[in-house]
Design a protein around this ligand. Structure first.
Ligand SMILES: Cc1cc2nc3c(=O)[nH]c(=O)nc-3n(C[C@H](O)[C@H](O)[C@H](O)COP(=O)(O)OP(=O)(O)OC[C@H]3O[C@@H](n4cnc5c(N)ncnc54)[C@H](O)[C@@H]3O)c2cc1C
Length: 276
């Protein structure tokens, strides 16, 4: 194994978890390798930060970058009944006395994740993109590194005393070990899209996350972003969303929009830019 392929820590995945862990380990002077399957910027869902991300973001030096970014400021969250009545907004400053967590951001993950990965690089982490981890290398029952495959099909091995799985929802190594267990209460499916030019709340509420309910069935998220875009999606059990044999996500989405008057009204102007 060439010395250049040995590290103090290998991180599988360059999303927020990988880039955060990478930044901190590198700051402590460790030789860190982040292996990321995709080429950033890449699409990802999960755009509404919660106020308590402030301290971790501060810890890795991201706050000045967040303040300079175009991300919409989020001061509150509100809840909407199916008939369209909205709750009083829950402003973070009314509950949390620290100014720092009175406001957070609605991010576009392609931009945010790129900023986070670049931040890890700046702290000294080495990042290899378009490299997929294919196997864990084990010796005497311990994980001592990983095997990878590059975009061109070539393979490589990297070794370190510590490997962190930062593959998010995929939980790459836990899934391969058969350790994943389904929680029947979390058996939900999401269908979402992005609207341009749709209605948003005025003033301080512009960046408010709205959680809009479907009667006993599920809910919508409505997350205003910069560039006049809104991320909007519906979450419910698959059985409910595909009722009547409807499988087309676009059809499902537009049918559910009719089930909540606030969502219906806010999307009555503007244009959907695609449904996944
Ligand atoms: C529908 C939906 C809505 C959500 N909304 C929100 C929200 O509003 N706010 C919020 O805070 N969170 C939200 N989340 C959760 C959020 O998306 C995740 O918590 C977050 O992305 C986790 O970050 P991560 O770094 O752990 O994983 P990820 O961001 O998923 O990053 C994992 C990375 O690992 C890489 N990878 C995977 N396998 C390999 C491999 N074998 N080799 C190399 N690289 C690999 C992937 O390419 C990826 O870049 C939502 C999730 C879903 C599903």
């Amino acid at each position: 194994m060439p010395a250049s392929n040995t590290y103090d820590a290998i991180l599988i995945g360059g999303g927020p978890a990988g880039s955060c862990a990478g930044a901190i380990l590198a700051e402590y002077g460790h030789r860190v390798l982040i292996l990321e399957r995709e080429k950033f910027p890449r699409f990802h869902i999960g755009e509404s930060l919660i106020p308590f991300t402030y301290e971790p973001l501060k810890r890795i030096g991201m706050i000045p970058k967040m303040k300079k970014s175009n991300f919409v400021k989020k001061y509150s969250v509100a809840f909407v009944r199916p008939e369209g009545k909205s709750s009083t907004p829950f402003y973070f400053h009314t509950r949390y006395d620290k100014d720092t967590i009175a406001q957070t951001w609605q991010v576009l993950r392609s931009e945010f994740d790129q900023m986070m990965l670049d931040n890890a690089r700046e702290k000294g982490a080495e990042v290899k993109e378009e490299v997929t981890v294919t196997e864990l290398i084990r010796e005497n029952g311990k994980v001592v590194g990983v095997q990878t495959k590059n975009k061109d099909g070539s393979t490589a091995e990297y070794r370190a005393p510590i490997t962190l799985d930062c593959t998010g929802k995929e939980a790459w190594s836990a899934t391969r070990q058969g350790w994943r267990m389904r929680d029947p209460y979390l058996n939900k499916v999401a269908v979402w899209t992005y609207y341009k030019g749709s209605k948003r709340e005025p003033g301080i509420d512009e960046g408010q996350t709205m959680v809009a309910y479907l009667e006993d069935k599920g809910w919508f998220w409505h997350i205003p972003q910069h560039n006049d875009m809104v991320s909007v999606g519906v979450v419910a059990e698959g059985k409910y969303l595909t009722r009547g044999g409807v499988k087309d996500p676009k059809e499902i989405f537009h049918r559910e929009v009719q089930q909540n008057n606030w969502i219906k009204e806010h999307l009555s102007v503007g244009e959907s830019t695609g449904v996944w």
